[in-house]
Design a protein around this ligand. Sequence first.
Ligand code: ADP
Ligand code: MG
Length: 357
Amino acid sequence: MADSTAALSIRGVTKEFATPEGGVVRALDDVSLEIDEGSFTVLLGPSGCGKTTLLRSIAGLETPDAGEIRLRGERIDDEPVWKRRVNTVFQSYALFPHMTVAQNIAFGLEMDRVPKAEIAKAVESSLAMVRLEGLGGRRPSQLSGGQQQRVALARALAKKPEVLLLDEPLSALDLKLRRGMQMELKRLQRETSITFVLVTHDQEEAMAMADTVAVFDSGRIAQVGEPRDVYLRPRTRFVADFIGEANVLPATFLSDRADVDALGVLEADLLSGTEGLTSGQPGFVAMRPENILWSRDEQGQARVVDVTFVGGDLHIDVLVGEHPCAIRTSSHVAEPPRVGEALRLEFPAGSVRWVTD
Ligand code: ADP
Ligand code: MG
């Protein structure tokens, strides 16, 4: 319950929007989340699942219909945007084109009536933080996209917010720049110890940066945890499939084993996540492509439909009954399977994860 160390505490937040067609979208459905002080928390989910709406609610740009939001224990729901000690970096950098870099960074501090000498210092140090020393006199149009993104960051950091909100801040950058900026953001978060809350739809980006990842599914939080934990122990088929790749098959739990559609009965030692299940309960099992062992067997449950070499990896696509299944193995196998062959599939202990719908 109440966690006094949380930088942000979100409880039961719900937000609906009227659609132009006269309907209603529930963008946030009873969302609760504790965000630790000094953490790098990533809100991850596909487009339209409510990430931006939550970020805007924290910033004060949306008013939730229900629930509460606390910053270090104090309710901020009723505070105007400018009073909240949070700052936001948007995907569009939203820099003023007619101002220099230094003026862009100084602007918010001038609005807050910070003394001039202090502003000059804050501009210098925040430019150094994002490694743009000496470029304070340029205009945004004289900078690359990546540099403009750094200016937007410097501007947000100069105000020393308690929480920095970042909404898909890297999505306008090309892949190579994005990787570099991911590491830069991690470094900035560590050096400043400011709580970062970053939104992305890119699961690799989330895994690369997050201390804690909160996976969103249609306006709800499906799972929260360390990236590795969420990858290894997904709780729903959505999470299993969204983080990394997963083969998901319908199954029935039978006292301690799982009867998997078209695959057969899997023994208890192969399974994980079955604690608390009752016999006869329907659900799904999820298997990572790299965790499937295969051998040729005419009586095997799988039929090969495609075989692809991708560098050191061999991708084998099979059908288990009518369910497509992906297998990843090393391309150094002596005799790769051929299309049409039957394979027997086996699984290492604990690698078959029980998940719910
Ligand atoms: P995400 O950031 O995860 O892509 P959003 O929070 O932007 O998702 O949107 C969640 C849902 O709410 C979507 O269905 C979106 O169309 C809807 N939505 C967001 N803002 C508005 C708005 N101002 N008016 C109507 N619908 C909105
Ligand atoms: Mg969004």
